[in-house]
Every structure is written in C-alpha cells, then in structure tokens.
Ligand binder design. Structure first.
Ligand code: IDP
Ligand code: MG
Length: 162
C-alpha cells in the first residue's frame, strides 16, 4: 500500500538534451550519455541530425536579440547534433545541474561543462531550462512516434517502488 502511494507520487517528466557539434566531434557522446544513464534517468528518444540554420534559429529563438545569436546558430548547424529526450523525476532541473553553468569557466567540477569544456561558445551540450521549454523543444526536434514509451526494469530499483 505504501509502495503504491510512493509509485503514484513519482512525477515523471521529460527534458530535451542535445550534444552540440563540438561535443560530437570531440568524441564525448558516450561520456555524456553515461552521466544521464548512470544517474538513473531513462532515454526515450535519440537521433543524430545536422540542423539547418533556420532550424537552429527556431531552437534558439529566445536569444535572437543577443549579439552571439548568429554565430551560435551557424555553429549549431555546422555538423551533427545528438538530440535526445530523457525522462525521470526532476529530470528538467537536475539535468541542468548535471550540465553545469552556461559558461564552463564558471561551471563546477563534476558537471559536464565543468569537466569537459572551457569556453562559453563551445560548451558542448544543451538542456531545456524549464517545463515549457522542454515541451516546446521536444516537439520541435522529435515527432511523437519517435518517443519510446516503455517501462525500464531499473525503475523499481531507482525509485524504490514496484
Ligand atoms: P544554456 O545553454 O546554459 O541554457 P543560454 O543562455 O540559453 O545558456 O544560451 C544558449 C547558448 O548560447 C549557450 O549554451 C552558449 O552556447 C551560447 N552563449 C550563451 N552566452 C554566450 C556568450 O556570451 N557568448 C557566446 N555564446 C554564448
Ligand atoms: Mg538555454
């Protein structure tokens, strides 16, 4: 009974995570995926894509007034991006923690950017910054049928419920 209540209390959510062209080119895909996977989050979608410039502009639309916007969009569309959706309790906020501060010179050691990047213009990874952005970014990058709905055998061990 208690276990059922706990199961009901889990608030699963999904976030959009992308390894940018620098992370892909630097061979950091497995290292980055491992951090999300080992934490206990569940992968529900993944694909390698080269976004067009106009797609990059859509993805970063809220930054269009910033001086680095054009360079950022050129960069995102310069090569393969590994687009993913990860699911888990608190994955939106905790995913940002795993990623670390935007500027890697200020990211804590132990975070992805803190451990693996040096400058803000090549900070290797993107993660949605809130529930609304997560929803918008998942639907921008993925069709509904590209998202896998499945129960992971790990869940009872990760969350302690059946
Ligand atoms: P976030 O990726 O941590 O959410 P945002 O402020 O949303 O950070 O910025 C999006 C991306 O724009 C950053 O990840 C980084 O690649 C780039 N960016 C942000 N600030 C600067 C800057 O001052 N110079 C160059 N690029 C920047
Ligand atoms: Mg952002």
């Amino acid at each position: 009974m208690l276990q059922d209540q706990e199961a009901n209390a889990i608030q699963m959510e999904r976030t959009f995570i992308a390894i940018k062209p620098d992370g892909v080119q630097r061979g950091l895909i497995s290292e980055i995926i491992a951090r999300f996977e080992c934490k206990g989050f569940k992968l529900v979608a993944i694909k390698l894509v080269v976004p067009s410039k106009s797609f990059a502009q859509k993805h970063y639309h809220d930054l269009k007034e910033r001086p680095f916007f054009n360079g950022l969009c050129n960069f995102l569309s310069s090569g393969p991006v590994l687009a993913m959706v990860w699911e888990g309790e608190g994955v939106i906020r905790y995913g940002r923690k795993l990623i670390g501060a935007t500027d890697p010179s200020k990211s804590e050691p132990g975070t992805i950017r803190g451990d693996l990047a040096i400058v803000v213009g090549r900070n290797i990874i993107h993660g949605s910054d809130g529930p609304e952005t997560a929803k918008d970014e998942i639907s921008l990058w993925f069709k509904p049928e590209e998202l896998s709905n499945y129960t992971s055998n790990q869940e009872k061990w990760v969350y302690g419920v059946n």
